[in-house]
Design a protein around this ligand. Structure first.
Ligand code: ATP
Length: 363
């Protein structure tokens, strides 16, 4: 059975339909990320799961229990849903010391004193904040405050965790550290986690399942591998990946039982015949999948190197071919490129094709 189940959930604000009917099933124990650009409805969806927002219609069940039903007018308030939260602002109580912040819910639930003490000790140990229990949040750094919020989740031992952009206020180093921390936390608790972000790196690194959203509509649900390598449409292909995927306009032609993508004077001969009429298509290739050659070859486009940007372990090359900007990524440190003129080989295995009108992938 799925731990979180949304059936036909909608949300309108006045006449604005922010969430058109949404169906989403989240399996127990999985780390699921809602990913999409600003305004796509991911926060609203998370707040609906949390009970902080009442849907306009549909049905929501958590661990098999109906917590919202549009038909029956049934609505279970957030504090009775047994969920753990961690939001962008860590929502620590400024007037309470660290220990109280971590154990407040346990005190409210009237858990025995020795159990509270044991869970507090365990949680402080896990986030390496032993010795800080007597401090107020204002006496901690941003990262330490974040760890208090994590410790609160550990102590509460909720089986469903909701996280809304919890890392967005942190600097780059801490963000990477906390990413590992949250992934470990979710795994160690065996929790079902619903995580909201617009950051594709967070989504790829942390998730078992990614749900890509746009305008309240789910574009694709898949593993990080599927989302990156087998995008359902052009929107997903362009949203995931940094540097961005290269997209070109081409023309599909059929010749001698083979399919060819014509781009300027180069024809990229595909391995398999594509069962599709001839005509314009969009095709795409990830920057790391372009092969850089120093002589002409089959399936290769002449190009000029424009800007070279080493990032440490990799180098981003900005190129142009027939006036089209192209990005290539190579897995080593390069400061400058000796020959401005090169050939970019498009391995047909690595090309994705999309319908130019619907954006859907063509297989
Ligand atoms: P962000 O990353 O910017 O938070 P998001 O994907 O989480 O974006 P939501 O906050 O869920 O998006 O918003 C979805 C849509 O609903 C947007 O069009 C937004 O303007 C609208 N919306 C959200 N909350 C309200 C509200 N309280 N009143 C009116 N419209 C709202």
């Amino acid at each position: 059975m799925n731990e979180v189940s949304l059936k036909g959930i909608t949300k309108s604000y006045g006449s604005h339909l922010a969430i058109p009917p949404l169906d989403l099933e989240i399996p127990k124990g999985k780390f699921v990320t809602l990913l999409g650009p600003s305004g796509c409805g991911k926060t609203t969806t998370l707040r609906i799961i949390a009970g902080l927002e009442q849907p306009s219609s549909g049905e929501l069940t958590l661990a098999g229990k109906t917590v919202y039903s549009g038909r029956g007018g049934h609505f279970v308030p957030p504090e009775k849903r047994g969920l753990g939260f961690i939001f962008q602002s860590y929502a620590l109580w400024p007037n309470m010391k660290v220990d109280r912040n971590i154990t407040l819910a346990l005190h409210q639930a009237k858990r025995p004193k020795d159990e509270i003490a044991e869970r507090l000790g365990e949680a402080l140990h896990k986030v390496q904040l032993e010795g800080y229990e007597g401090r107020f949040p204002s006496e901690l750094s941003g990262g330490q405050q974040q760890r208090v919020a994590v410790a609160r989740l550990i102590a509460a031992r909720n089986s469903i965790l909701l996280m809304d952009e919890p890392l967005s206020n942190l600097d780059a180093v801490l963000r990477t550290e906390m990413r590992t921390e949250l992934k470990r936390l979710s795994r160690d608790l065996g929790a079902t986690t619903v995580y909201v972000t617009h950051d594709q790196v967070e989504a790829l690194t942390m998730s078992d399942i990614i749900v890509v959203m746009k305008d309240g509509l789910i574009q694709q649900i898949g593993s990080p591998y599927e989302i990156y390598h087998e995008p359902a449409n052009l929107f997903v292909a362009e949203f995931i990946g940094d540097p961005r995927i290269n997209v070109f306009d081409g023309n599909l032609e059929q010749r001698d039982g083979k399919s060819i993508i014509r781009i300027h004077e180069t024809g990229i001969v595909l391995k398999h015949q594509v069962a599709r009429a001839e005509g314009p298509i969009k095709f795409a290739i990830r920057p790391e999948r372009l092969n850089l050659l120093d002589a002409p070859a089959v399936n290769a486009l002449p190009a000029e190197v424009d800007v070279v940007q080493p990032t440490g372990s990799q180098t981003i090359l900005s190129l142009s071919a027939h006036g089209m900007p192209i990005t290539a990524l190579i897995p080593r440190f390069v400061e400058s490129w000796p020959n401005r003129k090169i050939w970019l080989e498009f391995d047909p295995e690595n090309i994705m094709m999309f319908d130019p009108h619907t954006g859907k992938i063509i297989n």
